[in-house]
Design a protein around this ligand. Structure first.
Ligand SMILES: Cc1cc2nc3c(=O)[nH]c(=O)nc-3n(C[C@H](O)[C@H](O)[C@H](O)COP(=O)(O)O)c2cc1C
Length: 486
């Protein structure tokens, strides 16, 4: 397909002054979306002969991936996490259907591979998911501060409140804490962590001065004495101040409470949604909500999920996708769907058409899919079809084709919705991320929408690219706690 976006500058008409140089196109963000499991968003694909995801408990799986992503200039590697198993499908409480396909089970701790990846990279952001619902803020603040040191300012936190009953039961509760209450707790939680990271050590507190014999200068460390509705923490944080202090913050709230939380705290948002209209609406809404919260919308990046399968030609890419599908485990897809939505697909007949039957969540997903897949008018959306659509990449938009086809698809999403970049899922690793690096990135560079190299050494600077340093921007609610040197 022709490159429709790289247009030569128009000739100035005779007698007019030369036009201003074309503005630099927006530089897109690319994240690699992973999880410490054999079956992140592609149940059953662990069996594919090229996929190493079954080796996720080997440290080399992570260090190799980090090196590949950094050589290719991905902005970040991002590790999703859940604290319980998906047991809604054929349930409730049924562990069995997801086991064979490794549908996000087993899952190992996402924090553990970070230091090893930090040791073999210098620029790649390392993002990790952690929940505010089940752990004291002090403990998490200490862990992130330590990792900010060990990564030299490249740690990011995907703030989640956790959505699984199984997680609540694993963590000592009989029931989940109500959704909006979790966000109220999370709001105070963030405040405690900002105080610990930003306000307990004056910027010049650590002297390490052999002459004065002072490691830390007395008078430059203080307590926070936080006593709120949900949390108490005296402080100070034990960890000496790190490069970013507050980790770079990701979030993905979609509910009213979730968006209010995200637009207050997040610096990069993952947007769900499969149609141009729904993503555009989210982008506009988030920018407006952020402004209402006193934030500069330019400091909040928005990236959308996408499954990119790219090869030399459209036909080869499509063949690759179809070959992947032969390994998909549809019982696993339905297990993931049950966990994400709370809907048990086993309650519906094999012949039900979900364009017309089933709960609203499935119907709206089906209408979103059918809007993005050509030639599916009048095709029946059975349970099997729904599971197949989810099988690789979950509910992410798919961009399958030659480098130019994929670039055109992504350009369309950027132009029509205003997103800043993409969170890329995978089916096979190694494989899909390398294909993006080798086939797609050169075309995006030629079009001027993807960088040639990292802008800086820290996470915040690489995502924001505003030359404003590694610390929280002044419009962020955590920035008011900074304790500058006098
Ligand atoms: C790309 C993406 C990644 C997410 N990763 C996680 C995750 O790793 N762990 C988790 O508990 N929730 C994750 N979520 C769920 C969100 O944190 C959030 O619960 C969800 O988007 C629904 O928003 P709401 O709680 O405001 O309704 C993710 C959501 C998206 C869109």
């Amino acid at each position: 397909m022709a490159d429709t976006t790289a247009q030569a500058p128009a000739h100035p008409a005779a007698g007019t002054t030369a036009p201003a140089p074309a503005p630099t196109p927006k530089q897109w963000i690319f994240n690699a979306f992973t999880m410490n499991t054999p079956g992140h968003l592609a149940a059953g694909l662990w069996r594919h002969p090229r996929n190493r995801s079954a080796h996720h408990n080997d440290i080399e799986y992570w260090t190799d991936l980090a090196k590949i992503l950094e050589a290719g200039k991905f902005h970040g590697l991002f590790i999703a996490d859940v604290l319980g198993q998906y047991d809604v499908y054929k349930g409730p409480g049924n562990l069995e259907p997801g086991l064979a396909g490794a549908a996000q089970f087993p899952v190992s701790d996402p924090f553990m591979p970070i230091s090893a990846m930090a040791a073999v990279t210098k620029h790649l952001t390392l993002g990790v998911t952690a929940s505010t619902t089940y752990e004291a803020p002090y403990l998490l603040a200490r862990r992130f501060a330590t990792l900010d040191h060990l990564t030299k300012g490249r740690i990011a936190w995907n703030v989640v409140t956790s959505y699984l009953l199984s997680a609540a039961e694993n963590l000592g509760l009989k029931d989940e804490i109500a959704h909006d209450e979790r966000y109220r707790m999370a709001d105070e939680y963030m405040d405690v962590t900002y105080k610990l990271w930003e306000s307990t050590w004056r910027d010049d507190a650590v002297a390490r001065d052999v002459e004065t014999k002072q490691y830390t200068v007395p008078g430059r460390v203080r307590r926070i004495n936080h006593e709120g509705k949900y949390y108490r923490s005296a402080g100070p944080l034990q960890v000496a101040p790190s490069i970013q202090r507050t980790p770079y913050l990701f979030q993905a709230g979609t509910s009213t409470a979730g968006k209010a939380f995200a637009t207050k705290h997040a610096e990069c948002l993952f947007l769900p949604g499969m149609t141009v209209e729904s993503v555009r609406k989210s982008v506009q809404e988030i920018r407006a909500l952020a402004a209402q919260q006193g934030r500069d919308p330019a400091t909040i990046k928005m990236i959308m999920g996408v499954l990119i399968i790219v090869a030399e030609t459209d036909a080869l890419a499509q063949a690759k996708y179809e070959e992947y599908l032969t390994y998909a485990d549809l019982e696993g897809s339905m297990t993931l769907f049950g966990g994400w939505t709370g809907s048990d697909l086993s309650q519906y007949g094999d012949d039900d058409d979900f364009q017309f039957a089933g709960p609203g969540a499935i119907r709206s997903m089906v209408s979103s899919w059918s809007a993005t897949i050509p030639g599916t008018d009048g095709v029946k959306w059975s349970k099997k079809r729904v599971a197949q659509e989810l099988a690789i990449g979950g509910a992410h938009v798919r961009a399958i084709g030659s480098p130019h086809t994929v670039a055109d698809i992504l350009q369309h999403w950027v132009d029509e919705t205003g997103v800043d970049g993409f969170n890329c899922s995978y089916a096979v690793n190694p494989g899909d991320f390398e294909d993006i690096i080798n086939h797609l990135f050169p075309v995006l560079r030629a079009r001027g929408v993807f960088w040639h190299d990292y802008a800086a050494d820290t996470a915040r600077e690489n995502y924001l690219q505003d030359n404003a340093g590694p610390r929280l921007r002044p419009d962020h609610p955590g920035a008011k706690y900074k304790w500058p040197a006098e």
